[in-house]
Design a protein. Structure first.
Length: 220
């Protein structure tokens, strides 16, 4: 219940912040539905732990752009982010899997499948339309709330994964007009984790989540 309340609070604040800033011109506020495949991986700063493979995932939901000048906008949204990666532990390590302590053998890998609610806050720079196309760059911060974990076999890793995750993102792409105010969106974004996503008490390391996101969307 606490997770659900926190998610609803963030969604409410995000929508009301954008709405409160909107001017009388309807075109200042643009919404997009996005469905973005992504490649993600984990990286540790400890010599006894390292990333050991990528995972394919996806990110979908709603994005909102609030233009405060013709070519500049604040960008936010609310999306479901399915991501993760693999970690290889050089030494024998105890991990809580499915509520029970399991011991990983030396050099054994563990798969982390993660699902987050993601709320970004970015600055978007966009060109004017040229032959029905425009181009944009985006950079900013991203906050995520973990809502589900498993080890690839359906067993929970919730006691090994932190609730919150923060990072920064940057990228770019193009938008193509298909008529009226409707655009197709295509781009690529790199997401770099800043905070430790794991909380294993036997390994004193910092593990960050990195993602390469291929953005596809429809702007209304």
């Amino acid at each position: 219940m606490k997770k659900i309340a926190l998610i609803l609070m963030i969604a409410f604040i995000s929508v009301n912040t954008v709405t409160a800033q909107s001017s009388e011109r309807e075109s200042d506020l643009r919404f997009a539905f996005v469905l973005s495949p992504q490649l993600s991986w984990l990286k540790s700063d400890h010599s006894k732990t390292d990333g050991n493979g990528n995972l394919m995932g996806y990110n979908f939901g709603i994005e909102m752009d609030k233009f405060f000048a013709p070519n500049y906008a604040f960008s936010t949204g609310l999306t479901i982010n399915t991501t993760g990666g693999h970690l290889r532990y050089i030494d024998e390590t105890d991990i809580i899997i499915g509520g029970e302590v399991e011991t990983l053998d030396p050099n054994e890998s563990l798969e982390y499948r993660l699902k987050y609610i993601e709320v970004p806050l970015c600055l978007k720079l966009q060109t004017s339309d040229f032959q029905r196309s425009s181009y944009y760059g985006i950079f900013g911060l991203s906050g995520q709330i973990n809502i589900k974990t498993n080890n690839g076999s359906g067993k929970s890793l919730s006691e090994e994964v932190r609730l919150m995750n923060f990072g920064y993102k940057f990228g770019g792409g193009m938008q193509y007009s298909v008529g009226g105010s409707t655009y197709l969106k295509l781009g690529v974004t790199y997401n770099q984790g800043l905070t430790d996503i794991t909380k294993n008490s036997t390994v004193n390391d910092k593990v960050v989540l990195n993602r390469l996101v291929f953005n596809f969307g429809v702007i209304f």
